[in-house]
Design a protein around this ligand. Sequence first.
Ligand code: HEC
Ligand code: HEC
Ligand code: HEC
Ligand code: HEC
Ligand code: HEC
Ligand code: HEC
Ligand code: HEC
Length: 303
Amino acid sequence: MGRLPLLFVSLTAFAVLLLAGAAAAQAAQEEEACLSCHAAEGLTLTLPGKESLPVTIDPKIFKQSVHGSVLTCATCHPNNTQYPHPKVAAKTLRDYKVARAEICQTCHSDVAKEFAGSIHGRALVMGFPDVPSCTSCHGAHDVVQASTPAFRNNTPQLCGTCHGDPRIMAKYGLRPVYEAYIREFHGVTTTLYKLTKPYSPTPAAICYDCHGVHNIKDTNDPAALVAAGNILTTCRKCHPTAGRLFASAWTEHATPGPQASPLVYYVQVFYRLLIPSVLGFLVMLSVLDLGRWAGDRLKGLRG
Ligand code: HEC
Ligand code: HEC
Ligand code: HEC
Ligand code: HEC
Ligand code: HEC
Ligand code: HEC
Ligand code: HEC
């Protein structure tokens, strides 16, 4: 290599480094500018619908998030670089959050495409108020790695915030399956892991092992992982020797009733009748005995 090209290469490399350094410095400065206002306690934004939104951001939480060292505030809020900021169009808190969560698509387009075809994604676009957007499950400034054991072991609770609420589920004609899940074997094992081994992923099935995550379908959709044609493949991921009837012997989401698991149901009913009758009988016996004793005392006093 001649002297001139060498000089050229070194100069170019130096310029690139300088530019990268300047960009990083500018990003840090920009973030500091945002935080000079947003780290302060007590700032709020009042939406046209009268709901108020606290706009205080904890810099420590953001720094520790997966995006803390790779994105700046302005990456996700390109319209807020000047103050006063442009007026917020959303009328309610829900609308505000759903609109802001659209930014996630710009980088995570594969996930976003999958999500758009899921039951949650479709219902979100149709404007149903109770379905999750990206930030319902991941947060906005506190996004953590999703592949960690802690995130996995906490998934049932995450899904359960909606799927354990009978009031929300009734609106969509669905059962609140969370309670039944927690009581069954997969759920019990998962709770044990969450409480005693938070750093190990539960080996038992959690919601997304059976339903998927960003691709969740209506359970009646033939493409659902739990549809009749797919369920055995889904169970065989962990129960490789499962036979044809394996899935039908399972009562995960069914609270026992006269139709679902009748034997379990009638044993429960029997105990529900037996225990109060035994207690009632004991109480009656004590009352009679007390009456008899009081009667005898009275007779003794008179006589
Ligand atoms: C001079 C103080 C100040 C600075 C600097 C500032 N903000 Fe704000 N920001 C506010 C206040 C006050 C609100 C509450 C609503 C309002 O008054 O506009 C707000 C609201 C917001 C909101 C919520 C409303 C919306 O538009 O979604 C976001 C997001 C936001 N700021 C981001 C930023 C970012 C990013 C920066 C830096 C590039 C920044 N802000 C710089 C004071 C500031
Ligand atoms: C990965 C994208 C992303 C980054 C980076 C980001 N934000 Fe946000 N921000 C959002 C989303 C999404 C919302 C919508 C609120 C929600 O869903 O809770 C939001 C909401 C806000 C709000 C309104 C109050 C609230 O909490 O809802 C403020 C203020 C704000 N951001 C400021 C900032 C500041 C300051 C930074 C940098 C320290 C920052 N944001 C970095 C995505 C981001
Ligand atoms: C400007 C691009 C960009 C935007 C916008 C963005 N992300 Fe990210 N996100 C990234 C990058 C880059 C990483 C990888 C960081 C790393 O691995 O250290 C990441 C990582 C993640 C992870 C962890 C991935 C894993 O393997 O567990 C999740 C979850 C995530 N982002 C969710 C979101 C959500 C939710 C939003 C919207 C609030 C969002 N992202 C917006 C670029 C972006
Ligand atoms: C119903 C809750 C839920 C919603 C809604 C959701 N996610 Fe996730 N996401 C999860 C769970 C649970 C995992 C972990 C899955 C795993 O480890 O197999 C995950 C994993 C991820 C990951 C890392 C792994 C990967 O697949 O790349 C990214 C990035 C991510 N989500 C982004 C998003 C974005 C962007 C949206 C919105 C379009 C979104 N998520 C909506 C629950 C959700
Ligand atoms: C913010 C609330 C919310 C969260 C969080 C949530 N869901 Fe949902 N989910 C809904 C609502 C509401 C519907 C009904 C949508 C409809 O019928 O259009 C639904 C539908 C479903 C369905 C389809 C049921 C059927 O057969 O029609 C499945 C399966 C499902 N969710 C699983 C999950 C799993 C797994 C998670 C966690 C990874 C989760 N959901 C997290 C609100 C939520
Ligand atoms: C071992 C696999 C498995 C696990 C784990 C599992 N599900 Fe299911 N889920 C199914 C099957 C199979 C069906 C369809 C049969 C039924 O409704 O019982 C179903 C049905 C559903 C439905 C539709 C209920 C209705 O009323 O039609 C929802 C919603 C749902 N599951 C959510 C969840 C959530 C949330 C979790 C975690 C707390 C979870 N599932 C864990 C296999 C599973
Ligand atoms: C992510 C892995 C995983 C998936 C997927 C899974 N299971 Fe399991 N399952 C386990 C583990 C681990 C155990 C043993 C520990 C326990 O009881 O939780 C278990 C236990 C069981 C048991 C109790 C009896 C036994 O064999 O120990 C039944 C029944 C069962 N699973 C049925 C199913 C059905 C039906 C499906 C599909 C709809 C399914 N499982 C999907 C991991 C899984």
